[in-house]
Design a protein around this ligand. Structure first.
Ligand SMILES: Cc1ncc(COP(=O)(O)O)c(C=O)c1O
Length: 367
């Protein structure tokens, strides 16, 4: 859709990347690290300074104690963390339960590992987890529950009660939980709870995150997997055959960001919350009443009441009709449950958001 945005001169509210880069001093650290010679292969598991900074981050924000030598591995973005977790933990034929809608790489990575994806749909408009549906999805072949909170694309943040329901099933059926928490700091008035902090979960949870969303450095692709050493070791074993090691000069800069600018992501979240409100209010004025998201970069709208058969048809027509790009949500579900939904990002400058809203207001959005 970004190519379509460029070809049609559209305002791109499709792909989620910020218009403004992260902290200048973090970027300068990376440049300095290059000048200082951090240009050859770093340790595959990640440089000690970054693994220690990640362990301190987990302690500072959530009270999670980790041994940086054995319970932290640096990955090439959370994307590699997802791939390595699936390849390292899923055997061919194992079932992986995924809450739908899910970030699109999950389906591909489960398939690459030879796993079988079993979806548990979360339905518009609230996208809450039905614990009975989760329980019913577990079979003797289930090995992993894969979570994403705050969620892309819904913006929903799993509540403590929902996480407790997941934990109960995981413990009862002896399952591993892999949790993608890349938007951990981007919540708007609700608490982000890492499932690994729930009783009995630290020993069965791999937590994934990255520098990209928290520090507006999405192009850096520096991420991490944390958890018990036997699970993190499996992730690391797979990572060795994916990238072997991750960007040398970016690692000290990421460590600097985590250690020295721990409050930067919260300030970003406050700003994003304002932009979320701007976009949501504008969409509501256009008759596209959104579910106001509690986290992430994204808001979803239902386009069926404008007469569209599905979000895909709407999103393909929109650049030509209004000069705006949004993303259909069908591809984030394994079923038809989300076919009427379209995703918009608000991680853009105010002027970009208002330009998109002005363009949308100037045309007839009905099918
Ligand atoms: C839920 C989710 N997980 C992972 C990623 C990728 O993270 P990274 O850029 O660190 O690879 C994204 C990026 O959009 C995402 O939305």
């Amino acid at each position: 859709m970004s190519a379509l945005a460029a070809a049609t001169g559209s305002v791109n509210l499709g792909q989620g990347f910020p218009d403004v880069d992260g902290p200048a001093e973090v970027i300068e650290r990376a440049a300095q690290a290059m000048r200082d010679g951090a240009n050859q292969y770093p340790p595959g598991i990640g440089i000690p300074a970054l693994r220690e900074a990640i362990a301190r981050h987990q302690q500072r924000h959530y009270g999670i104690a980790l041994d940086p030598a054995t319970q932290v591995v640096v990955t090439t973005g959370a994307t590699e963390g997802i791939a390595a977790a699936m390849l390292g933990l899923v055997e061919p034929g194992d079932e992986v339960i995924v809450l739908e809608p899910y970030y699109d790489s999950y389906a591909a990575m489960i398939q690459m590992a030879g796993g079988v994806r079993v979806g548990v749909p979360l339905r518009a408009p609230a996208f809450r987890l039905d614990a009975d549906e989760l329980r019913a999805a577990v079979t003797p072949r289930t090995r992993v529950i894969l979570l994403n909170t705050p969620n892309n694309p819904t913006g929903a943040v799993l509540t403590r009660a929902e996480l407790a329901a997941v934990a109960e099933v995981a413990i009862e059926r002896d399952l591993v939980v892999v949790t993608d928490e890349v938007y951990e700091h981007l919540t708007y008035g609700v608490e982000h709870v890492p499932i690994s902090t729930l009783p009995g979960m630290a020993e069965r949870t791999v937590t994934l995150s990255s520098i990209g969303k928290s520090y507006s450095l999405t192009g850096w692709k520096v991420g991490w997997a944390t958890g018990p050493s036997h699970l993190v070791g499996a992730v690391y074993a797979a990572k060795q055959w994916l990238t072997y090691a991750s960007g040398a000069p970016l690692q000290p800069a990421a460590a600097f960001a985590l250690d020295e600018l721990p409050d930067w992501p919260r300030a970003l979240a406050a700003d994003l919350r304002r932009r979320r409100d701007l976009l949501c209010a504008g969409l509501a004025d256009l008759g596209l009443a959104p579910t106001v998201p509690d986290g992430s970069y994204f808001v979803l709208t239902d386009v069926s009441h404008l007469g569209w058969d599905d979000g895909d048809t709407f999103a393909r027509a929109l650049p030509h009709r209004a000069g705006v790009v949004a993303i259909p949500v069908q591809g984030f579900y394994g079923s038809d449950v989300g076919r009427h939904l379209v995703r918009w990002t608000f991680t853009k400058l105010d002027g970009v958001l208002t330009e998109a809203l002005t363009r949308l207001a100037s045309v007839d959005l009905r099918a």
